[in-house]
Every structure is written in structure tokens, then in C-alpha cells.
Design a protein around this ligand. Structure first.
Ligand code: HMG
Ligand code: MG
Length: 307
């Protein structure tokens, strides 16, 4: 299949990135970060997650952050602001705070599912079906995730057919799109290609997205391989923030700056301004007290300094 002419990026830094920070980032900083990402042209920004604050204390301010960005004068009507909801309790809280799009998150590995959401895959699908039913009654869009599509931090390599089976369940349930998570960033173009090919036999490629962590530095190569298969939606994280608290050793998602540089170089439209990303990435990096992990951001900032 031909490389797409246009790609949609889903920014996951405020959720996937900040959920894994040792320090709790104040709500006001998260809100400013999200608004800078809106200014940079991101079409979708995952704002937060409605999960247990005992499990993920970094997201305890979920309702405050979501309410603030949805009522902000900098909100743009064309931008979507999804939030993670693992069960009906999280869904109800998200709706109460104004959510118009939610995401459910399953896994292709039993052990990871247990560690991450405290139930096995079959039970998780029952919980997700209840969320999707409640969402469809309110006209709320639901995105799905499958974690550990290539490898699991506990079980090792994952059979692509298992990832494909879970992806299909989520689409059959009513998810408009399924994001395929290489949670520990162990994939290479070869293993990611095998996994996408398996998924695309049961779910149209137009409804699949790539969510690649960059632990082994392979994420950009994996996106390039995915583009060659016709995939046109990718998740990325400003400044390369992130990881999953229940995936030991996993580093952040591929940096949004790196993906936009790749897309610009391939003449694939994304609608995102790299200068705006540098501003947003610089903002959160200075708050966290460390430079962005994005190589593109570092190179462009160094060039700006040299004048
Ligand atoms: P549980 O303990 O099985 O739930 O947690 P429970 O129903 O037994 O309830 C236990 C307590 O949690 C109760 O409170 C509930 O009220 C509360 P208590 O009576 O003890 O005070 N509770 C909740 N509180 C707030 N929001 C909720 C909620 N549900 C129950 N929604 C649960 C199940 C899923 C909640 C828990 O396991 C959890 O919060 N896990 C965290 C999952 C998470 O956020 N992981 C990181 C995101 S996933 C990810 O990063 C991967 C991804 O990026 C893709 C990739 O990279 O592959 C998406
Ligand atoms: Mg992730």
C-alpha cells in the first residue's frame, strides 16, 4: 500500500508522558502544556486518565485538568481531547468533567493486563464493552489501545495473532480506531511489520494507529515501516516524555518533534508547526529540569542558539 499523503498525530505526552514522572507535575503546568500543544496544531491531545489515584497518583488531578482545557479560550473546536477510562467508574467521572472522547486500554498479554488494570484480558473486554455501550448512548467516541503488541515486559515476545485478535474485539465493540502499543519499545521494523500485517487482516489499516515507545531507539524506524504499509495515524509524546508505570524499563513514546521532522522530510502533511512544538517541549522540559530527549528538538534548539 502507498505511503499516506497526510498523517494524523495523537499527542499523548500530557497523559503517557506525565503519568510516568517521578515528580507530580502541578495541574497549572499540565494545562499550559496542553494549550501550547493546541497552539502548535496538534489535532488530538490525550489530556489525562480517569484511573485510580492510588495506582497512578500523577493523574489524580484529571477532572481539574480536563475541565480547564475544555473551558479555555484557547480550546479549538476541531481538536479532540480524549482521556483514558478503564471502567465505568472512570467513564462516569470523565463524562462529569466534560469528556467528549474516551479511550479504553487492553493488552495482548495476560500478565501485563493483570499488572496494569488488575484483571485478565477476558474480564477487561467485559469492562470495556460496558464503557463502549455507555459512551455510544451519549455519542461519545471511543478509541481503543492494545498494549504489548510486539513484546511484554513479563512474558517476552507476543504472537502477532494475539494482538490482532484483541484489536478486532475492540473494533467489533465499537472503537473507531485501535492504537497498537509497543509498550516497551522492543519492536524493530521487521517485527512491527509482521504485527501490523496480522492486525490489518482483521481490521482495516485506516482504523489502526501506531503507538511506539522509543526504549531501543527504534520508534522512528518503526513509524517509517508502518507508513510504507499505509498506516496514517501515530501517537507521539512531546519532548519524548513517558512510559507506563506498569511496564518496567520502558522509556517514553517517540518524540512528537522527531515524528514531525520525519513527516516534513517525506513531504507528508501533518498540519503541525515544529516551532510550536519546540516551544511546548521547551516549556515542559524546563519545568522538569532536563532537556527534551528528542534529538530533533536538541538539534534545532542548538541551531537557534548559534543564531
Ligand atoms: P481495581 O483495584 O481492580 O478496581 O483497579 P476495583 O474496582 O477493585 O476498585 C478498587 C479501588 O479503586 C476502589 O477505591 C475504587 O473506587 C477505585 P477504594 O474503595 O479502594 O477507595 N477505582 C477507581 N478510582 C478512580 N478511577 C477509576 C477507578 N476504578 C476503580 N476508574 C483500575 C482497576 C483499572 C482502576 C486500576 O488497576 C488502575 O487504576 N490501573 C492504572 C492503569 C493505568 O493508568 N496504567 C497506565 C496507562 S496504560 C498505558 O500507559 C499503556 C498505553 O500507553 C499503550 C501502550 O504504551 O502500550 C495506553
Ligand atoms: Mg504508552
Amino acid at each position: 500500500m502507498a505511503q499516506p499523503k497526510r498523517v494524523r498525530l495523537v499527542e499523548v505526552g500530557p497523559r503517557d508522558g506525565l503519568q510516568n514522572e517521578a515528580q507530580i507535575v502541578p495541574a497549572a503546568i499540565k494545562i499550559e502544556l496542553i494549550e501550547r500543544l493546541v497552539d502548535a496544531g496538534l489535532p488530538a491531545i490525550e489530556v489525562t486518565s480517569f484511573v485510580s489515584p492510588k495506582w497512578v497518583p500523577q493523574m489524580a488531578d484529571n477532572a481539574e485538568v480536563l475541565r480547564a482545557v475544555l473551558s479555555s479560550s484557547r480550546r479549538r473546536p476541531e481538536v479532540s481531547y480524549p482521556v483514558l477510562t478503564p471502567n465505568l467508574k472512570g467513564f462516569d467521572a470523565a463524562i462529569e468533567a466534560g469528556a467528549q472522547e474516551v479511550a479504553i486500554f487492553g493488552a495482548a498479554s495476560e500478565t501485563f493486563s493483570q499488572k496494569n488494570i488488575n484483571c485478565g484480558i477476558a474480564e477487561s473486554l467485559k469492562r470495556f464493552a460496558a464503557v463502549v455501550d455507555a459512551a455510544s448512548a451519549l455519542d461519545v467516541r471511543v478509541r481503543g489501545y492494545v498494549s504489548c503488541v510486539v513484546a511484554c515486559p513479563y512474558e517476552g515476545p507476543v504472537d502477532p495473532q494475539k494482538a490482532a485478535w484483541v484489536a478486532r474485539q475492540l473494533v467489533d465493540m465499537g472503537c473507531y480506531e485501535v492504537s497498537l502499543g509497543d509498550t516497551i519499545g522492543a519492536g524493530t521494523p521487521a517485527s512491527v511489520k509482521r504485527m501490523i500485517e496480522a492486525c490489518a487482516t482483521v481490521v482495516p489499516i485506516e482504523r489502526l494507529a501506531g503507538h511506539y515507545h522509543d526504549t531501543y531507539g527504534m520508534a522512528i524506524a518503526n513509524i517509517y515501516a508502518s507508513l510504507q504499509l499505509g498506516m496514517a495515524v501515530f501517537d507521539s509524546s512531546i519532548a519524548g516524555l513517558g512510559g507506563c508505570p506498569y511496564a518496567p524499563g520502558a522509556s517514553g513514546n517517540v518524540a512528537t518533534e522527531d515524528v514531525v521532522y520525519l513527516l516534513d522530510g517525506l513531504a507528508i502533511e501533518s498540519g503541525i508547526a515544529i516551532d510550536g512544538l519546540l516551544a511546548a517541549g521547551g516549556f515542559i522540559a524546563s519545568h522538569l529540569g532536563r532537556p527534551p530527549t528528542s534529538k530533533v528538538a536538541r538539534a534545532l534548539l542548538a541551531r537557534q542558539c548559534r543564531g
